[in-house]
Design a protein around this ligand. Sequence first.
Ligand SMILES: [Zn+2]
Length: 404
Amino acid sequence: MDFIPIKNKESFLLKSRFILTWDKGLLENAGIEVQNKVIARIENFKLLKKSFTGKVLDLGETLLMPCLVNVHLHLELSHLKNKIKQGLGFLPWVKEVIRLKSTLNPSETELKKAISQLISSGVGIIGDVGNNFPPTYEKLLNKNIKGVYFWEHLGFKKRRISKEVFKEEPLIYSLSAHAPHTVSSEMIKYLKEKTLKMKKPFSIHCAESEEEVEFLKKGKESTWGKFLLERGFEFSEIPVKETPVKYLEKLGILDSLTVLVHCLYLEEEDYYAIKKGGANVCLCPRSNYFIQNKVPDPRKFLKAGISVCVGTDSLASNTDLDLWKELEFLSEKFPEVPGEELLKMATLNGARALCFLNCGKISVGSKPELIAVDVEKLPKNKKTLINNLLNSEKIIRYRIYEET
Ligand SMILES: [Zn+2]
């Protein structure tokens, strides 16, 4: 892959066989004019060239598109790759993660490998969740990865954050509550309010397992409740006799700055609640399949008009961090979902969920955070190009990014 960093005050034309814009659809033989780190014009290349005398970068037989956005991962668990058996079920998987975290030390080599896999698969923006603050790996990030680091909190005890947590670069820092079955309602509200005040995204795992759903309904009598009691947790406020989504709705969490991760076990009414609140849903299909042999149905979210994005989750519940493979997996399970819709989840919707509002699209005024994917061997048919691309091997030829 060749890297094309964009510096201040630079202006040039990018030429590619196909350009995926979202608002203007898929363009053929078009070009993009970049000026001062912003997309200034998108036109037929010959037309653009007539009134432009500067540098032209010809990207050849590629599809130029927004870089991918992996909305949910946990880089700090990268050393657990290949350490956990697939299909254990949720609670045994949690027990394995706890056991391995207490016996294995995080490895910088595995972190580096994970980051380089993100880059080589065309990911430019991440939503990473971790318990360390500040994140241990930030110095390892290359300039072509941007994103949000969600500092995750867990537990039913009242805690207050005294240090300054929010910052902008290179990673934006924000907060996350682990999940409705691991964090008190007061703490979930507190963390959400703090992020809302700063207009930052907020992330929470939601409806990932049957254990979580049962816990909110039955409290101490549930499998998860018994597990928490064994570990010394107190949770006097549970059961709430609500679904995880309805519970979070009552806590005032479901606005458009929230990312609900997983949403694997939903009732009909939950879809309406998410749509009404405007929250983003991040699906991690291969992680759900890895742990529970179950896959979320994207058609239900799309039908309800919910903004869906995608994430790989961590290497403790996935074989790699290749976001294309999440799309291929969804495409294989749900061939009725158009390839464009899947790609939109991995670009436009993901960028919006993480509040990168100028990214995830190719339009006048947006940031050129782009990748150029080789389409040389694909049939040059505009109608089938995206589906053909999803179902073939992807080679990312160029990564174009803003140099910060
Ligand atoms: Zn997760």
